[in-house]
Design a protein around this ligand. Sequence first.
Ligand code: FEH
Ligand code: ZN
Ligand code: ZN
Length: 346
Amino acid sequence: MKAVRLTGWGREPTLADVGCPLPRGTEVLVRVEAAGLCHSDVHVIDAARGALPYRLPFTLGHEVAGRVTALGPDVEGTVAGERVVVHGPWGCGNCARCAAGRDNYCDRRGDLDWHGLGLGRDGGMAEYVLVPSARHLVPIGGLPAAQAAPLSDAGLTSYHALAGVRHALGEGTTALVIGVGGLGHLAVQILRATTPSRVLAVDIREEALELALRYGAHDGMPMRADTARMLRVGTGGVGVDAVLDFVGSEATLALAVEVLRPGGELAVVGSGGGRLTVRKPGFLPAGFRLSLPFWGTRPELAEVIALARSGALHVETEQFPLSAAPEAFGRLRQGRVRGRAVLLPG
Ligand code: FEH
Ligand code: ZN
Ligand code: ZN
């Protein structure tokens, strides 16, 4: 079968022919219908030798949807023909976190030499993918795979980040989304669908602000020197109740703490590597709370899929054949993907 393989650290992945795996025990073979690209894939590709515990080669792709095609003899919980999306942050499978579908916070993650689907284990940028257990599968019904796949990472990560700050987003509140790309445009929709908050968006790109407004943001502002002042004016001088920062740079973190209300929540999702000085006494808003959420849980993925199937969530995608993976990665690196890039093996 064809697969996008990472064969060397710092080397671009290549399309190669590899054997199609046969499911054993509790394993499930899924015919891939769509696999999304993520900035984390680029971070993995660019990682220095030894920076990650992963063993090469492996197939990339941790944002995958398709159809169950073969089952190991001990499989329970799915059937051949079922259309599914894969919950990608596979953990040890034995700790209390994994047992609850919270593999993203597996207690034994530090002992593993992989982080899940397409992250040190063979992923779904391929015609088929082997999933260790049906517990990692969420049914998608008639949802198109090119919609479902990005929801398993971009959608789930946004949803999980929001879950941690939701308590601050009741009636009369304001939420700020910084960075309206593959994750941010979904966060805008999830906020509108699940909170009463007014939703503001900030980005450096005019087309990203247009995307935010198209998907329900009440207002969008360019990232400039006076953005904090504009946001304070736009919130009647009190600031915002929660910030979801999908960039995570020095500038966006500084903007976030400048516009947060006392008791405000900051969820840093983007891996921009920005730093924030947290000290007392200091200059952060009183009652300031910070979260660094990672991906999301399997139960949350089922909630995201249900939102999408209800029509409340739509993923902006750019679709490529599997063979165009190098072009898709090039566009992702250049910041020239509108929404989420998705590979279609079929
Ligand atoms: C995956 C692996 C490591 C870090 C971050 C990620 C995210 O893309 C998962 O959403
Ligand atoms: Zn990802
Ligand atoms: Zn575990």
